[in-house]
Design a protein around this ligand. Structure first.
Ligand SMILES: [Zn+2]
Ligand SMILES: [Zn+2]
Length: 349
């Protein structure tokens, strides 16, 4: 009996000691973790191939788990972003993706949820590599104007950072974006990576593009935002992966009813309007089957899915329409397509 009490007292004293020392213990622990994590390169171990990192798989609908549209593409030594919505770029950096090596950003279209994360992309590339040239931004007509808007908004910031950190770290000229209005066709062709833009149907948003990404025999097609479109199936013929946007109207209907019941008819109308220019998971699956792709990855997920419990309801009968694997992308999903192989490896950052 006495021994049991003695043991309990020792435990209590130990616990009290740990509690009293929580600040210095926390500081020491934080220092150890930070020293191993800060500056690490999450992509250093990838072999030659095509890597996709889903940095934002959400939409403008508020979603605590998903940043807005953002997809990082690494092929060999090239690192690009396709779209830069709010929150995605900072997530990438927090996972250890070194954005100093960012070669450019490609936009599918100019909706705010695809462009409003450009400021952190610009800043992290600039200071991460002491870039002396502006961040290349390529997209449909109107892209150069988006770049100029950013340059105007961030002119003061660029000056402050050069003044504070010096020319060796934040050189004049790197804190800007160079926008280029492109046309459908090949928009990137360097070091074996060929990216081709094709028009999709996101009316009234026009032009809006998807991208076909080819590197060393591996092919990924990204739909961008679009209603179900044969253009995507054509571009995706025989691709390893189709990354398609997806909205489930049966689940959005619940949000519409809630907004109407709470006296928000205008926002309710927006949730009806969005049905016209997006694709259901079932339609995406049919397009994947028509194109004969190896795998379908759904992104730009609407509405928010607070748990995996809702994945089956989101997919509906998509699994019956496409025989290959269907993934619902989440922020942090990494897919690796090794060169000279048919494999697709997946993990989570
Ligand atoms: Zn969007
Ligand atoms: Zn859009």
């Amino acid at each position: 009996m006495m021994r049991r009490w003695g043991g309990l007292i020792v435990l209590l004293v130990l616990a009290a000691g740990l509690w009293l020392a929580r600040a210095p213990l926390g500081e020491a622990l934080y220092g150890r973790i930070a020293a191993t994590r800060a500056g690490r390169d999450a992509l250093a171990g990838d072999g030659d191939g095509l890597t996709l990192i889903f940095c934002g798989t959400g939409t403008p609908l508020p979603d605590p788990d998903r940043a807005e549209a953002c997809l990082a593409v690494k092929a060999g030594n090239t690192l690009l972003l396709i779209d830069a919505g709010d929150g995605g770029v900072r997530k990438l950096a927090s996972w250890g993706v070194q954005l100093g090596g960012l070669d450019g950003v490609l936009l599918t279209h100019l909706h705010s949820d695809h462009v409003e994360g450009l400021a952190p992309a610009l800043l992290l590339r600039w200071t991460g590599s002491a870039a002396r040239t502006p961040l290349p931004l390529i997209g449909p007509p109107g892209t150069a104007q988006v770049a100029e808007g950013y340059n105007l908004m961030l002119a003061a910031d660029a000056g402050y950072r050069t003044a504070h950190h010096g020319e060796a770290i934040a050189p004049t000229g790197g804190g800007r974006i160079a926008g280029r209005d492109a046309e459908p066709g090949v928009v990137w062709n360097r070091d074996g990576l060929v990216i081709t833009a094709f028009a999709v149907n996101h009316a009234p948003v026009a032009p809006a593009w998807g991208y076909r990404i080819a590197y060393k025999g591996r092919v990924v097609v990204v739909s961008g935002d679009t209603a179900a479109s044969p253009a995507v199936a054509n571009a995706a013929k025989g691709a390893d992966l189709l990354v398609h946007e997806a909205l489930q109207p049966r689940l959005v209907a619940g949000i519409t009813r809630g907004l109407e019941a709470s006296g928000q008819p205008r926002t309710a109308q927006i949730t009806r309007d969005i049905l016209t220019y997006h694709t259901t998971p079932e339609q995406a699956a049919s397009l994947a089957a028509e194109a004969g792709v190896g795998q379908l990855v759904l992104t730009h997920i609407a509405p928010p899915l607070p748990s995996r419990l809702f994945h089956a309801a989101f997919l509906g009968d998509a699994p019956q329409r496409f025989g290959g694997p269907i993934l619902i992308a989440s922020d942090g999903l990494r897919l690796f397509l090794p060169a000279g192989s048919r494999a697709v490896e997946d993990d989570h950052l």
